[in-house]
Design a protein around this ligand. Structure first.
Ligand code: SAJ
Length: 403
């Protein structure tokens, strides 16, 4: 039986470890957080997502998964730690990837495979990961093997996408690629596309950059449509009937831990990336544009109270990482507005989350920032009379005023 050591038990590392454990691999999951490890040792997930607890229960029943703070000898090591964004230099901060690789060094043996799932800039496997792991005295592509297999699952539907999406696998050499393919084929039902490590690194960043640039285009089109007095949602719907057009959705900006930072990993070493940089700047500036619209609406109202609907970074999840709502709220407070928040999914946030009635009572303007499906079915007539002044800015086109 193959033994795997997975470093990083977060949103990606943990479900990946559990999928391997449920499909014939003996897995030890390693995390530097004692709290995370203690919770998993008791069979409890430290965050919620559909299907994860069941997957943990069955892996524990099979005795195929253990959590630990210590790396152990294994046949394969999988690194799934975060790659934070260094905002000052607009670069990937590789500190966690580097320290995970350093933790592997004393345990690295002949024939081992090291897979990096964390998002990394092109050439990181070749130039950083290889050099750190070779401190073991072993030589990459001769004594041990390195590959990159980026995760591409969407938060909110992680498990389904981890199993069913196609995957990209890029080794430093062909043997590394093949060893990685053989491992992942135990649970991945999608196609496994084989390439080099640098190409795999680039592909992952290209995918998220593609989305960011397209969202920026949608945001720019929505601002132009406002100038022309056009309903952008109707215009996009009709334009997208064209067989080769797929305009994304405009909104209050791009949040989450991937799309808003990965494009910078692609441009950190480049001097010819004006389009990608421009798209990032457009998306980052959207909360300012939303505030401008709110200011126009509450113009003349003394000490306006505004209600934010939704602080999750996108619809139907409780995740607020890098949410554009936070920038909007901070800007609104600077403007002197009182801000109240309603988000039925989010449990922890920098600001208090109120009930619908508390949040709407005495409000001068509702600003919808997240497209939770629950907002679609809300009966507006039931709460609109609680407002002091009825103004609504719906950046996601989700509120149905007829119900
Ligand atoms: N958004 C828009 N308009 C759109 C689509 C999204 O404003 O048309 C906004 C969302 O509201 C959100 C942000 O963009 O604030 C990002 O949301 P998302 O659903 O586009 O993506 P993430 O960040 O949840 O997940 C992405 C996915 N990448 C792609 O679809 C190319 C996922 O497959 C990746 O695995 C993930 O990044 C990651 O970990 O890299």
């Amino acid at each position: 039986m193959t033994k795997m050591c997975v470093l990083g038990l977060g949103y990606i590392g943990l479900p990946t470890a559990l999928l391997f454990a449920n499909n014939g691999v003996d897995v030890v999951g390693v995390d530097v957080s004692e709290r995370v490890v203690a919770s998993l040792q008791q069979g409890k997930m430290h965050f919620e997502e559909k299907g994860f607890q069941e997957l943990l229960d069955s892996a524990m029943q099979k005795a195929a998964f253990r959590a630990s703070t210590q790396v152990e000898d294994a046949d394969a090591f999988l690194v799934a730690v975060p790659t934070p964004f260094d905002a000052e230099f607009r670069m990937a901060d590789l500190k966690y990837v580097i320290s995970a690789c350093e933790m592997i060094v004393p345990y690295l043996k002949q024939g081992n495979l090291v897979i990096i799932e964390s998002t990394i800039p092109p050439k990181t496997c070749e130039k950083r990961v290889r050099i750190i792991l070779e401190r073991s005295g072993l030589k990459a592509s001769q004594d041990f093997y390195i590959s990159h297999c980026p995760e591409r699952a969407i938060p909110g539907n992680t498990l389904h996408e981890m199993v069913n999406n196609d995957r990209v696998i890029g080794g430093l050499d062909e043997k590394a690629t093949e060893m990685t393919r053989d491992l992942y084929s135990c649970f991945v039902k999608g196609n496994l596309y084989l390439t080099t490590s640098t190409t795999a690194e680039m592909i992952k960043l290209m995918e998220n950059t593609y989305r960011d640039v397209n969202i920026a285009l949608a945001n720019e089109l929505s601002m132009l449509a406002e100038d022309y007095g056009i309903n952008i949602w109707e215009a996009i719907e009709i334009a997208n009937k064209h067989p080769r057009v797929n305009i994304h959705k405009p909104g209050p900006g791009v949040g989450g831990h991937c799309i808003a930072i990965d494009p910078w990993f692609l441009t950190e070493n480049a001097n010819n990336s004006s389009l990608i940089t421009l798209a990032r700047n457009i998306n980052d500036s959207m909360p300012i544009h939303v505030l401008k619209k709110v200011k126009e609406m509450v113009n003349g109202i003394e000490n306006p109270v505004i209600t934010v609907f939704g602080v999750a970074y996108k619809g139907d999840i409780a995740d607020t990482r890098a949410t554009p709502a936070l920038k909007f709220i901070k800007l609104a407070e600077k403007e002197g507005f009182t801000v109240k928040i309603y988000d039925p999914l989010v449990k922890e946030f920098e600001y208090p989350i109120l009930s619908l009635e508390e949040a709407v009572e005495g409000s001068d303007c509702i600003v919808v920032l997240t497209d939770h499906s629950i907002y679609k079915k809300m009966c507006v007539k039931k709460f609109i009379n609680l407002m002091k002044n009825v103004n609504i800015v719906d950046t996601r086109n989700i509120i149905d005023f007829n119900i």
